[in-house]
Design a protein around this ligand. Structure first.
Ligand SMILES: [Zn+2]
Length: 63
């Protein structure tokens, strides 16, 4: 009795596409005001100030 070779297996993992490492961003990184949600933020004197409600969202020290 001869020892038979197992049938050739298909290549596993050959056509497997690489999984995306990070989730696709649903929206572009637009900065918005933490207080009113407006996107009209302006850097003034090292502070990111909302043009709509004038709240300070960020400052240079936060970066
Ligand atoms: Zn605001």
């Amino acid at each position: 009795m001869k020892c038979r070779m197992p049938p050739k297996e298909p290549f596993h993992g050959y056509l497997v596409q690489p999984a995306p490492t990070a989730a696709e961003p649903s929206a572009p990184p637009v900065e918005s005001c933490d207080y009113c949600g407006a996107t009209t933020l302006t850097w003034r004197k090292c502070k990111l100030i909302c043009d709509n409600c004038a709240q300070i969202n960020k400052s240079c020290a936060d970066l």
